[in-house]
Design a protein around this ligand. Structure first.
Ligand code: CO
Length: 490
């Protein structure tokens, strides 16, 4: 019976992977006129997946296995995870799943146009539909406490708005004075990072850094897309994309290392468990912790650049041959309130998330109307970052997430940073020479440590359980605050 379960899930995974390939294509090579048709194809595949995941036969297999005392620990955990998904899926009808997928696709296409033309009204009616559909989705799934919990649970199981409020309130209090202290004391020259950087050489640097961190190009590749992302069709094929801008070297570096961190995780899950919960990545927050650990904790550290700055100097000699590594490091770590989330420094970044979280809570609890969003958005940017948002393109229209109805996603970005700081604390306890190793350019031991502690466990444990296993306690934002204080010397 367990074998039947495995086969069923692996076939379903094949369809899901095919759909991921279509998504990847949509964002890399698909001609712009292919959008409507692609939306239809993706909707068909998502219906097929839904059918398979909720089929009476699969349900019978799962309920039989639930009571099977002969299953081992991992087998049991797989079955329980699948049962939770089944019960969730069953609450959404096939019609509803298709409606969501189509609305999301239409939303994405409209948002692209609205973003380009700086025209919020073009996107607003569809966003309104997406909010309503998400409220309906939450009601179908069911929740305790806030309606938001039903959607958050999609991305971060076992986490509620109470947990988020607790973490964010703690962080807010600490970050406001920290930002002030850092901006006053951090001496850096931003000018040294400005200039024109040959896109081909930037690409080469990205590939070099990915190889150093242990990304396997035999099971991966990098392509161009408007927004960098990573995607996996199974551990044997995990791809990343980047968007090289001629004048922004740091953006290329951080997006490659960030997406590389995601992809290392996907390459590291066990092929033996392909399609099974044990062979999948954990929550979104844990996933994001893998990318941010590489991007920020490692990739924005002085020891990392002591190892790899010579490559930057070799590729861009006119620009960097007379600039010291310390100055390069300081310039890439300037803390300054800014409009665009994806370009924010690792400290003020969390205000961008807190703002989105507050807006999502208000939307889903019907405390604000879609047409009032630009005003609300701009007032929150003033409140938390002291900025006057110049346009909707630089404001409420900047992110792709709401366009396909992904509500409850943003907080996982901050959770990722907070988890990453906790991992850094833990790995340094095990490797007291952590910094020396990084300075010598040795990064493989980090991948091995993450493999042992995170990659290989798939979804066998809840994120909060895994956090306790690794660090001895639940997520504690104190580690992030300590990390920032230590790094910036404040
Ligand atoms: Co990410």
């Amino acid at each position: 019976m367990y074998q039947k379960y495995v086969q069923h899930l692996q076939k379903t995974q094949d369809i899901q992977s095919a759909s991921s390939i279509l998504h990847w294509d949509m964002e890399t090579y698909m001609p712009s006129g292919g959008g409507e048709m692609r939306g239809r194809q993706l909707a068909t595949l998502s219906t097929l997946v839904h059918e398979k995941m909720t089929s009476p036969e699969f349900e019978r297999i799962l309920y039989t296995l639930r009571d099977d005392e002969t299953l081992g620990k991992i087998e049991k955990a797989n079955v329980l995870d699948s049962l939770r998904s089944l019960e969730r899926e069953k609450k959404l009808s096939e019609d509803f799943v298709e409606k969501l997928s189509l609305a999301g696709n239409r939303g994405f296409n409209l948002w692209q146009k609205a973003h380009k033309e700086n025209d919020f009204d073009l996107f607003a009616p569809q966003l309104e539909k997406l909010v309503d559909l998400n409220i309906e989705k939450a009601n179908r799934i069911g929740f305790e406490g806030n309606v938001y919990n039903a959607l958050l649970g999609n991305f971060e199981p076992n986490t509620t708005t109470d947990d988020l409020d607790h973490v964010f309130e703690g962080i807010k209090k600490e970050l406001v004075p920290l930002v002030k202290n850092i901006t006053e004391s951090w001496q850096a020259n931003a000018e040294i990072l400005k200039g024109d950087f040959d896109p081909k050489k930037q690409w080469e640097l990205g590939i070099y850094l990915l190889e150093k961190m242990g990304y396997d190009f035999n099971h991966g590749r990098m392509d161009h897309s408007l927004h960098p992302f990573s995607t996996s069709f199974g551990p044997e094929d995990c791809r990343i994309t980047t968007n090289v801008k001629g004048n922004d070297l740091i953006d290329t570096i951080s997006s490659c290392v960030h997406e590389g961190g995601h992809a290392l995780y996907e390459q590291g899950v066990d092929m033996k468990y392909y399609g099974l919960p044990a062979g999948k990545s954990n929550s979104y927050g844990i996933h994001e912790s893998m990318s941010r650990f590489y991007e920020n904790n490692i990739g924005r550290s002085l020891s990392y650049w002591k190892a790899f700055y010579p490559k930057v100097q070799e590729l861009f000699p006119e620009k960097f041959k007379n600039i010291a590594v310390e100055d390069f490091y300081k310039a890439m770590n300037i803390v300054k309130p800014s409009f665009i989330r994806t370009a924010a420094d690792e400290v003020t970044y969390h205000f961008h998330i807190i703002i989105r979280y507050e807006i999502e809570l208000a939307l889903l609890n019907k405390k604000v109307k879609v047409k009032e969003l630009p005003e609300l958005w701009n007032s929150l940017y003033k409140k938390y970052l002291g900025l006057d948002v110049p346009s909707n393109k630089m404001g409420v229209l900047q992110d792709v997430h709401w366009s396909d109805g992904s509500f409850g996603y943003f907080p996982t970005y901050s959770l990722g940073s907070f988890y990453a700081a906790q991992w850094e604390h833990s790995i340094k306890k095990e490797f007291s020479d952590f910094t020396d190793r990084v300075e010598r350019g040795e990064l493989r031991f980090i991948k091995e440590w993450l493999h042992k502690n995170i990659y290989m466990h798939g979804r066998i444990y809840f994120p909060d359980e895994m956090c306790v296993m690794i660090s001895g306690e639940k997520l504690n934002p104190k580690y992030f605050v300590d990390y920032i204080k230590g790094k910036f010397g404040v």
